[in-house]
Ligand binder design. Structure first.
Ligand code: FUB
Length: 353
């Protein structure tokens, strides 16, 4: 009997230890990729994250409760200023640097300061922002500062030839900067073809190729486009450009560009199907081949993100409307680690987490 005990007790203990290790490892794995809300006392959205001076700086838009009813024009997004945030580590304290730019200080602006982005060149920080001009047409503007957190001083006029929303500025390793932009419905992209305003601002028919996001090379001084913006073509694996009716995959808004292992990853939101998707290309202009979903739909209508590498890991910054109880126009910014498969594809993240 005693012999039996002596034999069983170590076996059972070993089994318990193995079980504990397995459970702890899987809990840790889940914790590791638990998204974290950055700020609790302000509603912020559309986070563009960059690493400047060894810290992460986040340039989001700032949601307010304006009482404007929700509509397809996006009038409920009545945003008026930007705050800039910084953090020294991904799970460390988040500093709110206060108001970096206010719509009332932009000479040409009317209303709606939507999703911004920032870039650094030769010691100057550039804040790019879409805002409606005094005739209610979205243009993209630029403001400058010697500090990443601002305050930023806006130029007197919008960038010539700019239109629509959601600027995202990407620096390539050869030192060239590119701006990606555009968004349909409230973002007004449907009002343009080949960079020119058209009479009747509707999307192409379901069976026609969908509206493309735009890309422009930035001028040396970063204040203008160096030439006309071009279409960013997104195609399927057979080389066919995505169609308007392909709402699960076609571009809607929220452009972002990052580079991974020498490839160009163009990511974007599908808008009314609420996904963040990506497509891969060999150069900043594309074409880009559709790959899949980065983030499944979140709580709230919009999905808008940025992807950044920090201390050897990759992160997805995005927003949802969970803390406001699902109010689309009151969003909160989150961050989660983004992981790649061995073949360079991105592991899909669950948006409702
Ligand atoms: O924040 C206003 C608009 O909502 C942004 O410009 C879009 O990308 C969407 O997130």
């Amino acid at each position: 009997m005693n012999n039996m005990k002596n034999y069983l007790i170590p076996k059972i203990s070993l089994a318990v230890i193995i079980l504990l290790v397995v459970v702890t490892t899987s809990v840790n794995a889940q914790m590791k990729n638990k998204p974290r809300y950055l700020v609790k006392d302000l509603y912020i959205a559309d986070p563009s994250a960059h690493v400047f001076d060894g810290k992460i700086y986040v340039y989001p838009s700032h949601d307010i409760e304006s009482g404007i009813p929700e509509n397809d024009n996006g009038d409920h997004f009545d945003m008026r200023d930007y705050h800039v945030f910084s953090m020294e580590s991904i799970d460390g304290a988040v500093t709110d640097h206060g108001v970096a730019l206010d719509v009332k200080n932009i000479p040409w602006a009317g209303r709606q300061l939507w999703a911004p982005d920032a870039a650094l060149k030769n010691g100057t920080y550039y804040l790019y922002f879409p805002v409606k001009d005094k005739t209610d047409i979205f243009r993209i503007g630029v403001a400058t500062s010697k500090k990443p957190e601002g305050p930023f001083k806006p130029e007197n006029n919008p960038i010539m030839g700019s239109y629509s929303i959601d600027p995202a500025v990407f620096k390539d390793i050869d030192g060239k900067y590119y701006m990606y932009f555009g968004g349909i419905w409230g973002g007004q992209l449907q009002r343009y073809r080949n960079g020119k305003a058209i009479e009747c601002g509707v999307q192409p028919a379901a069976g026609e190729v969908s509206l493309c996001p735009q890309v422009a090379l930035m001028s040396d001084d970063m204040l203008q486009f160096d030439g006309k913006a071009k279409d960013v073509v997104i195609q399927d694996k057979e080389g066919h450009q995505l169609k308007t009716g392909d709402e699960d995959r076609r571009f809607f808004e929220a452009s972002w560009m990052h580079k991974y292992k020498g490839k160009y990853y163009f990511s974007y939101s599908t808008g009314n199907t609420h996904k963040l998707c990506y497509a891969i290309g060999d150069n900043p202009y594309g074409p880009f081949t559709y790959q899949g979903v980065i983030l499944t739909p979140v709580v709230g209508w919009t999905s808008h993100h940025s992807i950044v590498e920090f201390k050897g890991k990759w992160y997805l910054f995005y927003h949802d409307s969970k803390p406001s109880g699902g109010k689309t126009w009151l969003r909160s910014v989150k961050v989660v680690e983004l992981e790649y498969n061995a073949d360079g594809t991105i592991k899909t993240i669950e948006g409702k987490e």
